[in-house]
Design a protein around this ligand. Sequence first.
Ligand SMILES: [Zn+2]
Length: 281
Amino acid sequence: MKRRIVVVSLLGLGAAARGTGPAAVRSLPEAAAVPGGVALVELGAANGPRPSATYGGRPVLVRAHGERWIAVVGVGLAADAQQAQALTVRDADGRERPVTFTLQPKAYAEQRLAVAPRHVELSKEDLARYERERTHLAQVLRHFDATREPATLRLLQPTSGPRSSSFGLRRVFNGQPRSPHGGMDIAAPTGTPVIAAAGGEVLDTGDYFFNGHTVIVDHGQGFLTLYCHLSEIDTQRGRRVEAGAPIGKVGATGRVTGPHLHFSVYLNAQSVDPALFLPPG
Ligand SMILES: [Zn+2]
C-alpha cells in the first residue's frame, strides 16, 4: 500500500472539536468528513499570514484554531466518498500545494412527500420562474467575502421548535424523485419569530417558487445561512444583523406540507448538515 495519502490530518477526533475544550475551540463546527458534512483540515502552523484554499475551484473558509490554520470545508451531498478529496492551498508567499483528505461514506434515507401538484409538475411559466430563481440563488450562494471573518461557526437555533433530522434525505415528491433535502426543518406554528443564527449581513431576500419567502445571511468567508418558507420577512438586503436579531416569522410559503422553518447552512457553496453547527437539540 504505497499510495497512502499523506497530510490527512483531520480534526474532530479529540475532545477539542466536540465542544469540551477552550472557548476558541468551540468556535468550530463538529467535524464530519462525509458527504453533506464538514471536513476540518489542518493547513499548517498559524505563525504567519493566513493561507487561502480552494476546493472544487471554490474558495474555502480558513481560520486559526489554536496554533494551526484550519480549512473548514463544506462537503457536498453529491461528493464521492470513494475519491480522495483535494484542497489547493496557496501560502502567503504565493506557493501552491495540494492537501488531501478522505471522506467516510454516509447513507441517507428516502423521504416520500405529498405536495400540491403545481410544485412537482411545473407549468411553463413556473418552470421559467424556477430557472431564473435557481440561477439567481446559485449565484448568491457562491458569495465569498474574504474580508469578513465569522466570529464563530457555532450557531443559535433560529427558531424554537422540534428539529427534524431530515438533512440529506433523498426526496420523492408525489412519487417523483427530486434533489435531496439540503437543510433542517424546524416545526413551529406560523408567526413564530425567526432569528439570525449568527451575526452577519443580509445577502438576499426574496419570494421563491420552492423556498417561499426567504432570507440569506452572509457570515463571512462563504459561511451563509438560509431561512425559508417565512410568512413574513422582517429585515432587508444589506442590513447588518447581530446573532439573535429577528429577521422574519415562520410560515408555509413555497413548496411545503405545512408551516415550518427550513434552515440551511452553506460553506463554499455547499449545503451541509446544520446540526453540526447547533447546540445539542
Ligand atoms: Zn426543508
